[in-house]
Design a binder for this molecule. Structure first.
Ligand SMILES: [Ca+2]
Ligand SMILES: [Ca+2]
Length: 138
């Protein structure tokens, strides 16, 4: 790393005809790039909240990205599978989410536009305790 930086400095100095002022520029450029991964670590943009019971009750989980196979997802602090047990859904932010009755985004589906939710899936076409995959569209 140190060697590469040295080479860059020499190249920059050569470009501007060997002026001493060329030195600080590469270091200043490197700073924002290095800070970026830390700033975005652990963030979850536009998630979908799903609940085990109606009216946003019981166990719940936040999905940050699409999931094509809910069979290997479990409710937090529980041994119960999320597959075929979701009873209410909340799209809390600015992306569109689509939930499907079957794995791999197949079968009957229901679309949740930005900030839309359903407190009781028993009253919907997809039905209660049926969701097996969910897809995010941003
Ligand atoms: Ca349920
Ligand atoms: Ca299903």
């Amino acid at each position: 790393m140190k060697r590469i930086k040295h080479v860059t400095l020499v190249a920059a100095a050569t470009l501007v005809g060997g002026l001493a002022l060329a030195g600080p520029a590469p270091a200043a450029q490197a700073r924002p790039v290095a800070a970026q991964p830390a700033r975005h670590a652990g963030t979850c943009f536009n998630p979908l909240h799903v609940y085990e019971s109606v009216n946003y009750r019981g166990a719940w989980k936040k999905f940050c990205s699409s999931d094509r196979y809910l069979s290997n997802n479990k409710w937090p602090h529980s041994n119960k599978k999320i597959n075929d047990s979701i009873s209410s859904v909340k799209n809390v932010d600015g992306c569109v989410w689509r939930v499907y009755r079957n794995y791999a985004y197949r079968g009957q589906y229901m679309t949740f536009y930005q900030h839309k939710s359903a407190g009781d899936l028993r009253n919907t076409d997809i039905g209660n305790d049926t969701i097996s995959s969910l897809k995010k569209y941003c």
